[in-house]
Design a protein. Structure first.
Length: 492
C-alpha cells in the first residue's frame, strides 16, 4: 500500500515563492508513516524539477492525496487529470483549505474521488485502511469525508472531532524531499493548532478550529531534533502556530527550557497585540523571549480604524498595537504587523486611519515590518461572509469555475471580483506601495520578490514618492512592476 502526498504548484513563479516546507503535509505524512504506511511527499510548489519524479510515483501509488489552496486548484486539477491517465486504479483524494471550504463542488468533479474535510490525519488513515481491506468498513462510515454515491449524489459524512496534539507525532524530517531540506530558508514546525479567538474574517473561527497544543517537553524535544539536523544548521525556526502564546505557562516553560538546556535558536512566531501587557507578556517575559533567540513577533493588526476592528471582532485597540511595537523594539525584537483593506462597508476614512497607523508604526523604527494591507477575501461561514453575499458577490459554483477565477490571480480572489470595492486598482496596489514605499530602501531591496536590483530600485523610488504624498491613484507603475517583477504565470 503506497501513499503519495502532493503539494501542487501555486500560480506564481517558484522564484517568488518561499523556500520553506508545507508543514501540514509533513505532519500528515509523519502520522501515516508512524502507522506503517509507505508515504512519499512531492512538493510541486518548491521542487524545481518534480514532474518526472511525480509521474514515476503516480504509477506506483495506490492513494494520491493533493493538498489544495484555492490558488492551487488549476495545477491540482491538471495533476489529477494526469494521475487518472497514468494510473486509473489509484484513488484521488483532495484535502486542504479549498476542499474543506467547498467540499461538494470539489468532489463533484470527475477527477476527484474523495474530499477530506478539515484535519486529514485520521481521515486519510481510515481511507488507507479501507483500501487495504474494504470488508472492514465502508466509505460512508468514515467521518470528515465527502464523496459521490453510485447515483452521483454528493454525500458528506459526519464531522470528525479535532485531534489532540498528543496524537500527532513530531515531524519526521526524513520524509521531506532532500532538495527542499537543503535549500530551506526557515524551518517551520507546529506547537499548536487553532485559536480561541473569534475574528470574523478568520478561517479558524469558521471551521471551529479550537486551540490545542503540544506539551512544553514535546516542543523542546522537537527543537532538539531540529538543531541536530545538518541541513538545518544556521537557519531560523518558525513556530507556525496561529497563536503561540495562548497558554502563558506553557510558552514560558518552552522558553525557559530553551535557555536552560542551551537549545536556543533564532526563532519567530505569532502573538496578539493585547497580550503585550503587564499581567501577561510583560517586560520580564519579553526579556526572556529575546534571550531564548526570538528575533521577530508577528501581529495581526488588520486595521487602524476602531470601527473596523470592532466589526472584525479583533478585541484589540490601536493603542495596544502601538504599545506592542514599542515593547518589542525595547527588547530588540522585530515587530511585524499584517493589515487588510477592501472590507464590506469600509470607508475612505477607515483606510486613511489604517495608513496613518502604518505611518506611526514605521516611524518608530526601521525595524518595524508591515505585511499588506492585503485585500480582504471572504471565506464561507460567519456574518462577514453573509455581508459579502448581500452586497452582491456570487461565489463560483463549481471547481472549474474556481479554476477560471484563480488562474490569473495571485491570491484567492482579486478586489475586482467584489461589488463593494469601488476602486479595485487602489485596493490591489496598496500592498506593493506600502511594502516598497513605507519601509527603508535597504529593507525594500531585501524583499523576497525576485527581481534585478535596478528594477527593484526604480520601483522603490516611485513607491516612496507615492507613500510620502499619500497619492495612490493611476497605479501604472504597479501594473508594470507586476508584469516584469513578479513574473506571474499567465493563462489564456
Amino acid at each position: 500500500m503506497k501513499i503519495l502526498l502532493v503539494n501542487p504548484p501555486f500560480n506564481i513563479s517558484k522564484d517568488n515563492y518561499d523556500s520553506s516546507i508545507s508543514v501540514g503535509l509533513l505532519c500528515l505524512a509523519s502520522f501515516l508513516d508512524k502507522r506503517g504506511f509507505s508515504v512519499k511527499i512531492i512538493d510541486g510548489a518548491r521542487q524545481k524539477n518534480y514532474q518526472k519524479t511525480l509521474e514515476d510515483e503516480i504509477l506506483n501509488s495506490d492513494l494520491i492525496g493533493f493538498s489544495v489552496m484555492t490558488t492551487q486548484t488549476s495545477e491540482a486539477l491538471e495533476l489529477s487529470k494526469k494521475t487518472r491517465k497514468i494510473n486509473p486504479r489509484a484513488l484521488i483524494v483532495w484535502g486542504g483549505l479549498h476542499p474543506t471550504l467547498f467540499p461538494s463542488s470539489t468532489v463533484e468533479h470527475p477527477f476527484c474521488d474523495l474530499v477530506v474535510i478539515g484535519e486529514g490525519e485520521e481521515t486519510l488513515l481510515e481511507i488507507a485502511e479501507f483500501l487495504q481491506n474494504r470488508a472492514l468498513l465502508s466509505v460512508k462510515q468514515i467521518p470528515g469525508l465527502a464523496f459521490k454515491n453510485k447515483e452521483g449524489r454528493v454525500i458528506v459524512t459526519e464531522k470528525r472531532p479535532l485531534m489532540k496534539m498528543s496524537e500527532i507525532p513530531l515531524p519526521n524530517w526524513e520524509l521531506e524531499p532532500k532538495e527542499i531540506l537543503e535549500n530551506i530558508d526557515i524551518i517551520p514546525t507546529h506547537t499548536s493548532r487553532g485559536c480561541p479567538h473569534k475574528c470574523a474574517f478568520c478561517v479558524n473561527a469558521i471551521t471551529k478550529n479550537m486551540w490545542r497544543s503540544r506539551e512544553s517537553w514535546e516542543v523542546l524535544e522537537d527543537i532538539r531534533i531540529i538543531k541536530s539536523k545538518r541541513y538545518f544548521q544556521g537557519k531560523p525556526l518558525r513556530f507556525w502556530d496561529e497563536n503561540f502564546f495562548v497558554n502563558k505557562k506553557r510558552a514560558e516553560e518552552i522558553i525557559d527550557g530553551m535557555i536552560e538546556k542551551n537549545i536556543t535558536i533564532p526563532w519567530e512566531t505569532t502573538v496578539r497585540a493585547n497580550y503585550i501587557k503587564k499581567d501577561f507578556i510583560d517586560d520580564r517575559f519579553l526579556a526572556k523571549i529575546r534571550k531564548s533567540g526570538c528575533y521577530l513577533l508577528s501581529f495581526g493588526a488588520e486595521s487602524g480604524s476602531p470601527r473596523v476592528l470592532r466589526k472584525l471582532d479583533k478585541d484589540i485597540t490601536r493603542e495596544e498595537i502601538i504599545n506592542s511595537a514599542r515593547s518589542c523594539l525595547r527588547h530588540g525584537i522585530i515587530p511585524q504587523y499584517s493589515f487588510m483593506v477592501g472590507l464590506p462597508e469600509e470607508t475612505k476614512e477607515d483606510v486613511k486611519m489604517t495608513l496613518s497607523l502604518i505611518d506611526e508604526l514605521v516611524r518608530l523604527s526601521d525595524r518595524v515590518q508591515i505585511l499588506g494591507p492585503q485585500p480582504f477575501r471572504p471565506y464561507p461561514g460567519g456574518t462577514l461572509y453573509e455581508e459579502c453575499l448581500k452586497a452582491g458577490w456570487e461565489e463560483p459554483k463549481s471547481l472549474e469555475e474556481w479554476v477560471r477565477v484563480a488562474r490569473n490571480e495571485l491570491n484567492y480572489l482579486r478586489p475586482k471580483n467584489f461589488p463593494w470595492v469601488s476602486n479595485p486598482d487602489f485596493v490591489e496596489s496598496l500592498e506593493a506601495y506600502v511594502r516598497f514605499g513605507a519601509h527603508s530602501v535597504e529593507s525594500a531591496l531585501g524583499s523576497t520578490v525576485k527581481a534585478s536590483r535596478f528594477l527593484k530600485l526604480a520601483f522603490i523610488v516611485l513607491c516612496k514618492l507615492r507613500w510620502k504624498l499619500k497619492f495612490f491613484a493611476f497605479p501604472w507603475d504597479y501594473k508594470l512592476a507586476k508584469k516584469f517583477i513578479t513574473r506571474q504565470k499567465v493563462y489564456d
